[in-house]
Design a protein around this ligand. Structure first.
Ligand code: HEM
Length: 534
């Protein structure tokens, strides 16, 4: 696509190493006659000591010494591509965002898929959540949906994020295991946090071993808001559903591939795009009017809950297509940086306490990974004009001309954008309450949807969940961990708990801690997924 290519070129600041007319230069632009021999004191038949004077040799080594930047603290391993976002139906009844209302637009995007727990060099096919992060380069600024392939999350409050990640990553004493959740600390955390129950059921399902990045759903997970021209606000969840259907590996395939071809997903995405098999997703929204916020038995701002499709149908209004591979992995896929706090006019936040914390965390982490001027990197730059009085800092590229760097100023130069001109307006929400560290009542119910999810699976999917829990808990050598977890499973389904207990040893529970009423919901099983053309 023309648009995607434009972004790709713009972002790569291209230097073509296949161009034979080009010559090697230093970074300060001087053509080099020798790139292989350090400047030395030489006598006729002997090489003498090397000279610190040699700027070319020193520059080459300096540059190499500093090639690595910190990997992402989570989601370190990833693969990405450029593409476009189009709308086939305007959502103008709920939002005035150009990207959600203008059906004639093609919005360029970059999407980065990732695993969560492994380091940059870990294998692709491990059991893990997959990141699904999209940067929309819209005419009104960059909009980032930083989502996952699972619609719920382990925790409800962002303050718990360091704990859940510490418990999932390799253990602190020996840094084992790499890139997997089959260890004491991960399962200890899951037991100690009943709120994680719903999400761990998803991670033990086939969703956590996708067949391909092209065959996963993407979920914004958190609850955002949309504002329309009448000033009305709706709560919204964002969903991407792959045209190829949702498919997974089976566990034995995943294990074998992790050894045989650790780049399996990365290569699959690359090759599909190279061969013009552009992956596509339908883009959908689930929308709840502000007046109905409290009409559900769960809190719609709780990221450990889905909005069942029976209650809130998905309205598919657009399409995401990936059609252009990056030119260089580091400059684009590694240096792209997402922030949940980046929304455009017509889209806003909710009081979802996980989202609120994320809105702080992402910008903060970019400071240590890329530095304060990270938004000037070509891959992170908006395609619309950027101008303000922020300045300086390490690695500043932008040159602002003029003699004033503050507002207001005597020239009346560069004022903020008015509402009429399309400036961002914060929704004037009335707030009242006590300042307290608390969770509301609905936030304290954790098992209903874990059970709903398990009940909704087909028999083979249930068998896979049981086998997965058996494998994972069998790797925990602390009996407290696996016994307690089997006990937790009796709150979901007694036969599940019994089968897992038999696989891992320990007492087989005889009583359900909570009755299973057999309630099911649409869209949770992979088996009832039917791809359909918009
Ligand atoms: C990275 C998703 C919760 C902090 C990421 C990435 C994704 C993601 C997809 C990788 C982005 C990329 O490809 O560059 C999610 C989802 C969450 C969640 C769906 C729950 C709904 C949180 C929370 C925090 C957090 C609660 C912190 C309070 C981070 C950080 C990174 C990250 C620090 C690394 C970013 C970077 O270095 O560029 N997350 N995350 N996340 N996330 Fe989250």
């Amino acid at each position: 696509s023309r648009h995607s290519k434009k972004i790709a070129d713009l972002a790569s600041d291209t230097k073509d190493v296949h161009d034979k007319s080009r010559r090697i230069t230093s970074d300060f632009g001087v053509k080099q006659t020798n790139t292989d021999d350090w400047l030395k004191v030489a006598s006729e038949d002997k090489t003498g000591p090397m000279l610190l004077e040699d700027p070319f040799a020193r520059e080459k080594i300096h540059r190499f010494d500093h090639e690595r930047i910190p990997e992402r603290v989570v989601h370190a391993r990833g693969a990405g591509a450029f593409g476009k976002f189009t709308l086939f139906e305007s959502a103008s009844d709920v939002s005035f965002a150009g990207v959600l209302t203008d059906t004639s637009r093609e919005t360029p995007v970059f999407v980065r898929f990732s695993t969560v727990l492994g380091s940059r060099g870990s294998a692709d096919t491990v059991r893990d959540v997959r990141g699904f992060a999209i940067k929309f380069y819209t005419d009104e600024g960059n909009w980032d949906i930083v989502g996952n392939n699972i619609p719920v999350f382990f925790i409800q409050d962002a303050m718990k994020f360091p704990d859940v990640i510490h418990a999932g990553k390799p253990e602190p004493h020996n840094e084992v295991p790499q890139a997997q959740t089959a260890h004491n600390n991960f399962w200890d955390f899951q037991y100690m946090h009943p709120e994680a129950t719903h999400m761990f059921m998803w991670t033990q399902s086939d969703r956590a071993i996708p067949r391909s990045y092209r065959m996963m759903q993407g979920f914004g997970v958190n609850t955002f808001t949309l504002i329309n021209n009448k000033g009305e606000r709706h709560f919204v969840k964002f969903i991407f559903t792959p045209e190829l259907g949702v498919h997974s590996l089976v566990w034995d395939e995943a294990l074998k591939l992790a050894g045989q071809d650790p780049d399996f997903h990365r290569k699959d995405l690359w090759e599909a795009i190279e061969n013009d098999g552009y992956p596509k997703w339908k883009f959908g929204i689930q929308v709840i009017p502000e007046s109905k916020e409290n009409d559900f038995e769960f809190d719609i701002l709780d990221a450990t809950k889905v909005w069942p499709e029976e209650l809130v149908p998905i309205r598919y209004i657009g399409q995401l297509e990936l059609n252009c591979n990056p030119d260089e992995y580091f400059a684009q896929t590694e240096q792209i940086a997402f922030c949940t706090s980046h929304v455009v006019p017509g889209i806003g936040f909710s009081d979802d306490p996980l989202l609120q914390g994320r809105n702080f965390s992402y910008f903060d982490t970019q400071l240590s990974r890329l530095g304060i001027n990270w938004q000037e990197l070509p891959i992170n730059r908006p395609v619309c004009p950027v101008l303000n009085h922020n300045r300086d800092g390490a690695m500043r590229h932008t040159i602002t001309k003029g003699t004033v760097n503050y507002w207001p100023n005597r020239y009346e130069a560069v004022p903020p954008t008015s509402v009429k001109e399309g400036g961002y307006v914060d929704y004037p929400k009335k707030i009242a309450g006590f300042k307290a560290r608390m969770r509301s009542k609905k936030f304290r119910e954790h098992v209903n949807q874990a059970q709903l999810f398990y009940n909704s699976l087909s028999p083979p999917e249930k068998a896979h969940v049981q086998a997965a829990l058996g494998f994972e808990l069998d790797h925990c050598d602390d009996p407290v961990v696996y016994k307690r977890l089997c006990d937790r499973l009796t709150e979901i389904d007694l036969s599940l708990a019994q089968n897992v207990a038999e696989l891992v040893g320990g007492d087989v529970p005889q009583q359900a801690k909570r009755e299973n009423h057999g309630k099911r919901a649409k869209g949770l099983s992979q088996m009832d997924y039917m791809p359909s053309e918009p």
